[in-house]
Every structure is written in C-alpha cells, then in structure tokens.
Design a protein around this ligand. Sequence first.
Ligand code: NDP
Length: 330
Amino acid sequence: SREWHLLSRPVGWPKPEDFGLVEAEVAQPGEGQLLVRNKYVSVDPYMRGRMSAAKSYAAPYELNEPMQGGAVGEVVVSNVEGIEPGDHVLHFLGWREYAVVNAKTAVKVDAEAAPLSTYLGVLGMTGLTAYAGLLRTAAFKEGDSVFVSGAAGAVGSQVGQIAKLKGASRVIGSAGSDEKVKLLLEEYGFDAAFNYKNGPVSEQLREAAPDGVDVYFDNVGGDHLEAAIGSLNRDGRIAVCGMISVYNNTEPAPGPKNLSRLIQTRGRIEGFLVGDHYDLQPQFVQEVGGWVRSGELKYRETVVEGIENNLEAFFGVLRGDNIGKMIVKL
Ligand code: NDP
C-alpha cells in the first residue's frame, strides 16, 4: 500500500521534494478498528497549514509519517459491530491507499443515496462550511447582497448558490479565470462576477456591486478583504473562512488599510471554523441535499486519478486548477 509522507516542512510554495510516496505494509485492524481501502481522497487548502510546525487549530503533520485528510473508502475488514465489509465510511486518514481506521472516527455513508465523492464536497465538509459560514457567521438574511471570493471553488460556489436560493438581492463572485467567471454567471446564477486577475479588485467590485455589499464571505484575504470592506454597507458582515492568498507567504501579510470603515458601517468581521458547527449537519444535509437532488444547487468536481497524483492535485488547489471540489480518485 502506498502513502504520502511529509519529508520536510515547506517554506513558501511547497515543492515536490518536501514529500514522498512511500510503500508501507498494510496493518491488521485491532478491536474497534476497520481496514479501509480508500476510494476518494480529499485535498484541501487547510492542509498547507498542517505542513508547517506552527501551532494552529489542527495539529501539524509529523515528518516521515503519512499525512491525513478526508477520505471515503470501502471497508475490507471490520472488527466493529454494525459495520460490514463492503460498507463505505468517511474518515480522516486520506493520502494513502489503505487505512486502519478507529471506527469512532469514521461515519458510515450511503453509496446509493449520493455519489461517494460528494461526502467530501457538496454534502461534506466544504458544503457545511459554506452553509454555516453564510447562514450563521455572516447571519445572512433575505434581501442581502452577497460577495464571495474563491467563487468557483468548492466552498465559494456553494455560498453563492445558497445565498441565491435563500433570497439574496444580488450575488457577486470573483474567481481567477474567465472560464470560471463564465461558469458563475451561466451555470450557478450569480448576478455579477469578475476575474480578479484582470484588474484591481476594489474597482471591479465597485462596478459589480454598485449598491455595495451586505455580506462578504472571504476565502482569499488580501486585496479581496480590503475591497470588501471598502464596499461594505451599513451593518455589513464579513465571515472570514479562509485566506488562501497568504497561505504560502513567508512574511506576515499587511492588513486592510481601511478598517476604520467598520465604524461608519457598524460592520463586523468574524472568523469561523466548520468544526464548531457540526450541530447544523442534519439541517444542512436535509436542505442542501434536497437542492442537489432537485438540481437547484449545482456542483462540479475536479477529479484527479491515482494515488501518485495526490500531491499534484493538492498543488493544483493552491494554483487554482480546480473547478469545484478537488478530489483524488483511487
Ligand atoms: P477551493 O475549491 O476554493 O480551491 C482553492 C481556490 O483558491 C483555487 O481554486 C483558486 O481559484 C483560489 N486561489 C488560490 N490562490 C489564490 C489567490 N492568491 N487569490 C485568490 N484566489 C486564490 O478550496 P475550498 O473551497 O476547499 O476552500 C476555500 C477556502 O475556504 C480556503 O481559503 C480554505 O482554507 C477555506 N476553508 C475554511 C474552512 C473553515 O472551517 N474556516 C473549511 C474549509 C475551507 P482561482 O482560480 O479563483 O484563483
């Protein structure tokens, strides 16, 4: 069985030499454990943080140990009541072909109810991030105008569509290619969208949201955050979900220069972590699952095949190669 190890802690953009695909013996599962053959493995921006030694909400990856992350696989051996070989589970030991999983850290998923990959994306962690961040942290309400960055990605594409479905007055998205912008307008029903690489974000946002924004869902940080503060309306709310534009920085990024606008607007900026919002999971699955089934909420996945391409898929997320959730299929 092959698994990806972190060999050295990347400085700046991670390099292939920082990682190794290692052959390892498949262990036998003990009491309360499962042997799982991974079928779909997730790569996510937050993994960049776990490659650094700095203390954060998720423990750093150990050097010369397999990396971790969301995965869905088929149970091969089960020492657990209620889980049979052939069942599928969602768990956190990705980046490898086979995993010995403590059943307590796994949940059974239904391959009949939805495609297995969706438990990592639209119906999984990134979906709940969009749902909780928009509805709870940003306290979205009908009639709000919503701006979301990273809008063609897994979280962002769902934020924009949920806002539309829940009665946003206007949804504006930004993304890093003209192809992605076209998708936002033509497939996801955004009212306006722009390519942030085509000109200053603040100018493009002012044009796309002439009446300002009530909610900004931040996936990017940097210029985007400053632009959103500049366009914020009275009582505006900014949910800080991610800041992918600074994850590979070696120096702290400068902050927004226009924070004083929060006084005028009585604005609020608040960060959140999806892990604190799993109480919303049943409501999320019911509501968003319904929209996915009815076709009202659309999603894309970018699927890369093969464990040997797991690392390249991760680099692809940092570069913006993906449309929708980036998934590795084994
Ligand atoms: P995405 O599917 O959105 O993939 C990341 C995207 O980021 C890329 O496709 C790329 O698209 C964009 N990007 C990369 N570099 C830059 C840059 N310098 N400026 C602007 N955009 C850039 O990933 P996710 O949906 O999984 O995650 C989105 C964000 O949400 C991330 O910041 C992530 O860390 C955060 N997150 C936070 C969680 C939480 O609990 N707070 C949970 C899950 C995710 P493009 O072509 O548009 O540049």
